[in-house]
Design a protein around this ligand. Sequence first.
Ligand SMILES: [Zn+2]
Length: 269
Amino acid sequence: MKKTLVYILLLVLMFFLPAKTVDTIINNEEPKEEEEQEWVEYPFLDSTTIEKVIEPNPAIPNTTNWWEYPDKIYTTKRSGNDLLVLVNKQYKLPSSYAPSDLVSASNSGIRRGSSYSLRNILIPDLTNMVSDANSSGIDLSIVSGYRSYQTQVNTYNYWLSQNNNNVALVDTFSARPGHSQHQLGTVIDFSSNEIGDKLGDEFGNTKASKWLTQNAYRYGFVLSYPKGSETITGYKFESWHYRYIGRDSAQDMINKGLILELYLRGYNP
Ligand SMILES: [Zn+2]
């Protein structure tokens, strides 16, 4: 009889009290305000947190000309620390993003390393790659590594000034600030003593380039802008520009027969 009275009292209370208050009584805690999370931090080395998207992102539109930027540009929600973050003409990094584990590229033993920074996460694999290349009679040097957002502002403006402000031309080979993979600290522009450590198309004819084409993925490095993929990547062929995604992902990408751009789209909704 007593129990029934309590139930009736509770029912009456629930009827009269505002829903939120009842919620608070039942859950015994303050209602939480929902926050919109714009920036997701993933820990270093952990790619298991990434959910696989089955199909490459169909939302990436085709532009009239392959070098153009799409109308809609988004700031990536994934942290730049994530080795598989998609950075392209549609998805850019926030201007505030900078890797927190930058070290001198010279830690890997690569020639000209003291002039450039790279993320520490790739140093062991780069060290092995440079050492194995040297053992095979291949010389490798670095001619660009990490570039901050502000450096990329200067880089892009420099190329504009060198090309009569021809935006369409510069967009074929230089990324606008935020859109450069170099801001990740996981990208290396390679050269070799075969061409006097110059940066550019000549590299494609070197033994070093041939060796990298065949072996770089074994150390986690893959070509970002392959030959004949301009309509997909938005950039002309760059034989020298390699991005580190880790050994397992690089092997997985090769096994799937994908170029980096499509491989990354598969991980970035
Ligand atoms: Zn590059």
